[in-house]
Design a protein around this ligand. Structure first.
Ligand code: CA
Length: 223
């Protein structure tokens, strides 16, 4: 598996490169945006890890140029803390995931392996899990053909769980992605929201889709 790292902070780049090499990946590094784009266009990588803020050309610009030229290499970008617009913009431009700096290497490795396992993520318009149907474009959800009346936050929570079905999501990850709350914030809000979501999505139906993994978080899957 080949990974391209585009990161202008020399220390971070070599730390990532060393860690990924030790984890069995073949790694190339670019420190500038133009070099990164050139490598990404002319070589075949399984994944690109790229910083948003780079000399010559931003990480966003690299992703959008790659996608414009039909290159679907999965991309995970590294962004500064608390930059919600950055994350949304990156995902809209075709990034597959993001990680907020500073992060621990093991978290990066988990994200990389997840992306590589599922392959390039082309956002589906509709997700179907058992008799649950989520229309991501129209923001509608139904079970067994019956419309679920969800608030925007409930819909966001359900979509997150459904997009990553079968994956156990921690409370802090859910809090971060749905509420943009920090790690140490009160994650009780997640438990309350999941409970409310269950009253609509699971309680009226014999087959339960949202499962609690004690001490870890939640997973949505048809068992
Ligand atoms: Ca940078």
């Amino acid at each position: 598996m080949r990974i391209l790292i585009v990161e202008d902070e020399i220390k971070t780049a070599s730390y990532l490169s060393k860690g990924l090499t030790e984890s069995g990946f073949v790694v190339d590094v670019a420190h500038k945006g133009d070099d990164g784009l050139h490598l990404a266009l002319t070589s075949d990588y399984d994944l690109i890890v790229l910083d948003v803020s780079l000399p010559e050309r931003s990480g966003w610009s690299i992703i959008s140029e790659l996608r414009r030229q039909g290159k679907e290499t999965p991309a995970l970008f590294l962004t500064a803390r608390d930059a919600v617009e950055d994350r949304i913009r990156g995902l809209e431009l075709g990034a597959d995931d993001y990680l907020v700096k500073p992060f621990v290497f093991s978290e990066l490795l988990v994200r990389i392996r997840t992306i590589l396992r599922r392959g390039p993520m082309r956002q589906p318009e509709v997700i179907e899990i058992d008799d649950l149907r989520i229309d991501l474009l129209r923001h509608k959800a139904s079970r067994g053909g019956e419309r679920l009346d969800l608030t925007p936050k409930e819909f966001a929570l359900l979509s997150l769980l459904a997009r990553r079905q079968g994956e156990v999501l921690s409370r802090s990850l859910i809090a971060d992605q749905v509420w943009d709350m920090n790690f140490d914030s009160d994650t009780n809000v997640v438990d309350v929201a999941v409970r409310r979501l269950r009253t609509k999505v699971d309680d009226p139906f014999p087959k339960k889709l949202i499962h609690t993994i004690r001490g870890v978080g939640y997973v949505l899957e048809a068992r």
